[in-house]
Design a protein around this ligand. Structure first.
Ligand code: AMP
Length: 587
């Protein structure tokens, strides 16, 4: 652990990416493989592999208490240090001071840390969890405690993202970075990836059914013209509606009679139990499949037509382990499938989208109940009509229709039609593009409702006034600096836009996840992601990001997004440049 912490410190010190990679590679290459595998996981800011659902379930408040206790400092002293760094790990290192290892205490090695994390995850309640963590912190030096806490909070904040660790593995074991990235994508386990790289067996990595892989993401465009410009004249692209629901990856396998279906959300959580009505229709598809699509609340209009209900309806179904019968009837859902990633032992992601569409259509048609549903209407209208909802009047699984647009005007018309159908806007997809899991590229573009929105994370919450006294209703929020060690930089503050129920739930959450209690205001763990709309963006010294938003409004909470996925300072600069008619982003 000592060497791990020292390496992490060195990585934090340098801002050069190549130097960070070199330092990580040097460390990983020099350790026994099993230990290096654990380190790779921890350097990625994870206590457990990405594909696993295991979480520590330890809030910042508990870590805070234990750290203060272990360092024998008061809450105020820790608060003061926290304010200096804005990071609990760094604050803890400071209050631990020059504390050295007790000569009699055994050193902490990574396998012990890994095992302790497993035990913490397996126990329930803060008291039991403390019993495991307390003795560990008691033996840790300041530097070790710093990184134990950072790993537990899910971010080392030393500018070592998982992609950097992938590059370091490639360098350490002299294999191609692309192969490492690909193996990690399929396994969802950076430690296991390292073991394969060390053995020069990366080609053995296979996608495993029921282990979710990353989702392909889209880049925003603000107008139909911009979309055409972005693709250029050569690229043919498809146009789908952008459904306002939650992204879902369905894994289907097993033998007849024992078919297994698992549905994973964008955070790779298993959400199958929240959508029981999708299980049987998915199980009735033939073969082994991994599908990508969006689950939306669905209103059946007639036997063979329906439409999306607003996201607020779907929200009633989220976060529930058991869905009451009444809710199944009042908010039925449908799974709009738009991609296929795996099919009977074959990975599909390297096939061009055009081909994946064909395979998807044929796979859905394989089952008696489903017709081939692709409809490209020669008039260029997106048909969300009888043909796409299936013949058996069962609308749970729907193949998302797509069309093509020949001009910005046609695309604009499609956008308005999508909005009329109750959808958010359009998704545009390069027909020749491969599926790139976990990456946001320009192959998929999204054209949305608001001119500009930002996904941000809440860093502090304040009590409101009047009706909202006693409710933490005013939120300060941040974007991520993708260059400077992934630091969070505040960009604004907003209070309107959420329902009373949402505010009550968030208040409860913030109270439990407060890092610093300043009385009227609480600095909170940066976990809650919001989507913010605003009218304009200005340069300003008010916030650390150097920008401020005019009339920010909270559009909604994004439980489906991880804090790592929020927008970056680079995106903010781009929006600013666009809004102010500049060609290139401001420096
Ligand atoms: P955003 O969440 O605004 O970044 O937009 C990307 C999200 O749109 C994806 O993660 C999906 O959940 C959702 N989405 C809705 N319809 C589609 C579609 N047809 N293709 C891809 N993603 C879609």
């Amino acid at each position: 652990m000592k060497a791990f912490a020292q390496t992490a410190d060195s990585v934090a010190w340098t801002s050069k990416k190549t130097e960070k990679i070199r330092l990580l590679a040097e460390y990983l290459g020099a350790r026994p493989v099993a230990e290096a595998a654990m380190a790779a996981l921890f350097f990625s800011g994870r206590a457990f592999p990405a594909w696993e659902e295991t979480t520590l379930q330890v809030g910042g408040a508990l870590l805070w208490r234990l750290a203060a206790e272990s360092a024998k400092v008061s809450d105020e002293e820790l608060s003061e240090a926290y304010r200096r760094y804005g990071d609990l790990g760094n604050a803890v290192a400071e209050v631990f001071g020059a504390r050295q290892k007790q000569p009699a205490a055994p050193e902490i090695f990574l396998p012990e840390l890994a095992e302790s994390f497993r035990k913490i995850a397996a126990t329930r309640g803060p008291a039991a969890k403390s019993q495991i963590l307390r003795p560990l912190l008691a033996r840790a030096t300041g530097n070790e405690a710093k990184y134990i806490i950072k790993i537990m909070l899910g971010d080392l904040r030393i500018g070592s993202k998982e992609s950097l660790v992938e590059e370091a593995i490639a360098k350490a074991f002299e294999v191609s970075a692309k192969d490492v990235q690909r193996a990690n994508m399929m396994l969802g386990d950076i430690g296991e990836t390292l073991c394969l790289a060390a053995a020069h067996k990366l080609e053995e990595a296979r996608l495993r059914l029921f282990h979710p892989i990353g989702f392909m993401l889209a880049s925003p465009v603000e107008s139909a013209e911009e979309a055409f410009e972005a693709y250029g004249a050569e690229v043919r692209f498809s146009v789908e509606d952008k459904y306002d629901g939650i992204r879902a990856q369905a894994h289907i396998g097993g033998k007849d009679g024992h078919r297994v279906v698992r549905i994973f959300s964008r955070t790779r959580d298993d959400v199958t139990e929240s959508f029981p009505e999708l299980v049987q229709p998915l199980a009735s598809l033939e073969g082994e499949l991994v599908l990508d699509g969006e689950i939306i609340a669905w209103e059946q209009l007639s036997d063979d037509a329906g439409r999306a209900m607003p996201f607020a309806e779907l929200q009633k179904r989220l976060g529930r382990k058991q869905v009451a019968e009444a809710l199944l009837t009042s908010v039925p859902v449908a799974y709009l499938v738009f991609d296929i990633l795996y099919c009977d032992g074959e990975l599909m992601i390297d096939q061009p989208l055009e081909r994946r569409y064909e395979i998807l259509a044929s796979r859905l048609a394989l089952t008696r109940n489903y017709e081939p549903l692709v409809t490209i209407d020669p008039q260029g209208k997106l048909a969300f009509e009888p043909s796409v909802t299936g013949k058996n009047h069962k609308t749970e699984i729907i193949r998302a229709p797509f069309v093509q647009a020949a001009s910005p005007e046609e695309l604009e018309e499609l956008f308005l039609m999508a909005r009329e159908r109750g959808n958010e806007g359009l998704m545009l997809k390069d027909l020749q593009s491969c599926y790139t899991p976990g990456r946001r590229g320009r192959a998929w573009l999204k054209l949305k409702r608001e001119l500009a929105t930002l996904d941000v994370v809440v860093t502090a919450a304040e009590y409101g006034h009047g009706k909202r006294a006693g409710v933490l209703s005013d939120y300060t929020f941040a974007v991520r600096d993708d260059q400077e060690g992934n630091k969070l930089l505040n960009i604004g503050k907003a209070y309107s836009g959420l329902t009373d129920v949402e505010l009550a739930e968030l208040t409860r959450w913030f109270l439990e996840h407060t890092i610093v209690d300043e009385g009227f205001r609480r600095q909170v763990e940066p976990r809650i992601v919001l989507e913010i709309a605003f009218n304009n963006m200005m340069k300003s010294d008010r916030h650390a990001s150097g920008f401020a938003l005019r009339f920010p409004r909270i559009l909604r909470i994004r439980p489906d997004k991880l804090p790592e996925e929020i927008d970056t300072l680079a995106t903010v600069r781009e929006i600013f440049a666009r809004q102010h008619g500049q060609k290139s982003p401001v420096p």
